[in-house]
Design a protein around this ligand. Structure first.
Ligand SMILES: Cc1cc2nc3c(=O)[nH]c(=O)nc-3n(C[C@H](O)[C@H](O)[C@H](O)COP(=O)(O)O)c2cc1C
Length: 207
């Protein structure tokens, strides 16, 4: 049980959530195989880049200057979330698709943890991800199916993959249940297939 796994959830549909069915399958399979920590973004809403937060970030992480106590307080929540992510070997992020992309709190979480000098940096030959050797799993459900002519409308899982790639994660996988509304009759089947996929993934990742 050497790996630590951080499970970040944004599940505003509560007990009825389709995405929660994937989270529950992951947790059931991973129980006892990894040290689990959970971050519920509904209970701890991430900060966004207000003028104060962005000012503190640029002052410290780009200009290398010391922060005033007020600036340090402004960026404290982002620092906490970043430290929490850095302490995990595996991160799981679970969210539904909202308006073709990441729900705002999930984007705010990515903005909170993608701090220069912490999870990525600029080296002699460009951007460097600092989260080498780590694994990221994206769990998602959506009302539609984003294949064929609609593939270009999908900006949720695809953006999450870009964010993790930029931070240097070496193993990035997604388990997504599409068509929850557009193909509602098949939803139970699609969810069951995704749950089976998660069981296999856990067996591979925590072998
Ligand atoms: C505010 C809102 C926006 C949504 N936008 C989209 C969308 O752009 N594309 C899509 O395929 N489904 C969309 N859906 C449908 C959900 O992604 C889908 O029902 C999903 O399974 C919900 O997951 P949950 O039950 O975990 O909340 C939206 C749902 C809500 C509530």
């Amino acid at each position: 049980m050497s790996k630590k796994t951080l499970v970040v959830t944004y599940l505003p549909s509560g007990e009825r959530s389709n995405t929660k069915k994937l989270v529950d399958a992951f947790l059931a399979a991973a129980q006892g195989k990894t040290r689990l920590e959970q971050l519920d973004l509904l209970k701890e809403l991430p900060d966004v880049f207000s003028a104060e937060v962005l000012g503190a970030y640029v002052t410290r992480n780009y200009m290398g200057q010391a922060l005033t106590p007020a600036q340090a307080a402004a960026i404290a929540k982002m620092d906490r979330m970043t430290a929490q992510l850095k302490a995990a070997d595996v991160v799981v992020v679970a969210f539904p698709m909202h308006n073709f992309g990441l729900p705002a709190p999930v984007k705010a979480w990515f903005d909170s943890v993608m701090l220069k000098g912490q999870t990525w940096d600029v080296g002699a030959s460009g951007f460097v991800g600092l989260m080498k050797g780590k694994q990221a799993l994206i769990l998602n459900s959506s009302g539609g199916v984003y294949e064929g002519s609609l593939a270009g409308w999908e900006h949720a899982v695809s953006l999450a993959k870009v964010e993790f790639t930029f931070m240097g994660y070496e193993s990035i996988e997604a388990v997504a249940a599409g068509g929850m509304n557009a193909k509602a009759a098949q939803a139970p089947e699609v969810l069951a297939a995704a749950q089976a996929q998660l069981k296999d993934l856990v067996a591979r990742w925590y072998a």
